[in-house]
Design a protein around this ligand. Structure first.
Ligand code: AMP
Length: 222
């Protein structure tokens, strides 16, 4: 199965870019954060278990997220078309579970979207999301045409609990401690490509496309 991974800190634009990349390459977009929020809305046992972690900006325990993701990967759309993973894996344990599930070839390519810390805080602080379609807006860089309403479907815009300042700082700490080690993990596998995530959405999209279509980067042992 063709699996591409977008890796990067919260606020790097993974969500926006994952949607564009999936559309362009006709892959299924899978965002574990969206799946977990959907479980919460529906009040499933997983949603209830995940809520307190998510509100504090902590990671949901590996066993819960891994099971949810592997179930999603087994659905026919993924099996037939492959997928772009957004927000998974976030720990070494998740990366290993994914490799095991995918077999010898593992993931095809991992794109690290790089953005400076100051820019991340600015972006996350102004982020508002449509309750209906999950499309993100930003009070400064991409405001909706009508304040508080989604341009596409008129849905109500809301600020995620974990986009508040204290939770944002916590999420950045969690990224450094638990997710950043994946950079070395995938670099060793020769799968990692790095892209500057600070440009215009369209320009970043083009860099990501080039990065996933370029020949495989050399394996190294850093
Ligand atoms: P996101 O929408 O990707 O920023 O994810 C929002 C929150 O969902 C995170 O802060 C975590 O609490 C939880 N979450 C999403 N993906 C994962 C994952 N792969 N592992 C653990 N927790 C996750």
């Amino acid at each position: 199965m063709r699996v591409l991974v977008l890796l990067g800190p919260p606020g790097a634009g993974k969500g926006t870019q994952a949607v564009l990349l999936a559309q362009r390459l006709d892959l299924v977009h899978i965002a574990t954060g969206d799946l977990l929020r959907e479980h919460q809305r529906q009040g499933t046992p997983l949603g209830l278990q995940a809520r307190s972690y998510m509100e504090k900006g902590l990671l949901v325990p590996d066993n819960l997220v891994i099971q949810m993701l592997l179930e999603r990967l087994r659905k026919p759309d993924c099996l037939q078309r492959g997928c772009v993973l957004d927000g998974f894996p976030r720990t070494l344990e998740q990366a290993r579970a994914l490799d095991e599930a995918l077999g010898p070839n593992g993931v095809e390519r991992v794109v690290l979207v790089q953005v400076s810390e100051g820019e991340l805080v600015r972006r996350l602080g102004g982020r508002w999301i449509c309750r209906t379609c999950q499309r993100p807006y930003h009070t400064v860089s991409s405001p909706p045409k009508v304040p508080g309403r989604c341009d596409v479907d008129g849905g109500e815009l809301y600020q995620r609990e974990d986009d508040r300042p204290e939770a944002v700082r916590q999420r950045l700490r969690v990224y450094q401690e638990q997710t950043a080690p994946l950079v070395a993990y995938y670099r060793r596998q020769g799968k990692l490509v790095e892209v500057n995530g600070e440009g215009e959405v369209e320009a970043v999209h083009r860099s990501i496309l080039e990065a996933v279509q370029a020949p495989s980067p050399a394996t190294d042992s850093r």
